[in-house]
Design a protein around this ligand. Structure first.
Ligand SMILES: [Zn+2]
Ligand SMILES: [Zn+2]
Length: 199
């Protein structure tokens, strides 16, 4: 399994080595939006637009601080996923740090498909139920073999095909290991292209 890995994989043994492209500030900001003690609890099922897309309030923003604090507790987007047999289920709260496609040889082998569609969330945003098995950092359901996620110290990488209610509303902003991309697949418009990993 050596050689090809996308993103910051645990089997690289050096998860921080490739972190420069993803400023810790962004991670910190998103993590702060997750109220302590909410992980694994019941979250509201309401779907809301991301904070950055909200329009200015009618009162000119006077009540903004109090309202923002209130909303951060109740308007967190929650997405759920599961394996093929349903024995393992998970959820992630808030928006992902990044969404990508990876065409690397490991992703091909582990998925049995031509590429992997994935997104990364802060670890505290993630919770799961059911027994999982893990190979080379990649977790899956031992009963049905469905590939689910890669748990890392500070983040979790979700195989987005395992989200419930497809299609997702998430779009990749970058592609990795495009030198392994099938010739019949085209570059995704607007997505940053990397021959191998992000450096
Ligand atoms: Zn990959
Ligand atoms: Zn299963």
């Amino acid at each position: 399994m050596k050689g090809e890995n996308h993103d910051r994989r645990t089997e690289n043994g050096d998860p921080g080595a490739k972190s420069s492209a993803w400023p810790p500030l962004q991670l910190q900001r998103i993590r702060q939006e997750i109220p302590a003690g909410r992980q694994g609890g019941q979250a509201p099922l309401r779907e809301v637009r991301p904070l950055r897309h909200r329009t200015r309030s009618a009162d000119g923003g006077k009540a903004a601080p109090a309202r923002a604090a209130h909303q951060s507790r109740f308007l967190m987007r929650r997405r759920s996923g599961s394996c093929l047999c349903g024995a393992v289920a998970y959820s992630v709260e808030g928006e992902p740090l990044r969404v990508g496609l990876c065409h690397c040889a490991d992703c091909r082998k582990s998925s049995g498909s031509a590429f992997v569609f994935f997104a990364v969330w802060p670890r505290p945003a993630f919770s799961h139920t059911g027994q999982i098995a893990t190979f080379a950092g990649r977790s899956f359901c031992p009963a049905c073999g469905g590939r689910l996620f890669c748990l890392q110290e500070e983040t979790v990488e979700i195989r987005l095909g395992s989200l419930d209610s497809p299609p997702t509303d998430l779009e990749p902003t970058y592609e990795l290991w495009i030198k392994r991309r099938e010739a019949w697949l085209r570059e995704l418009p607007g997505a940053k292209q990397y021959a191998e990993d992000v450096n």
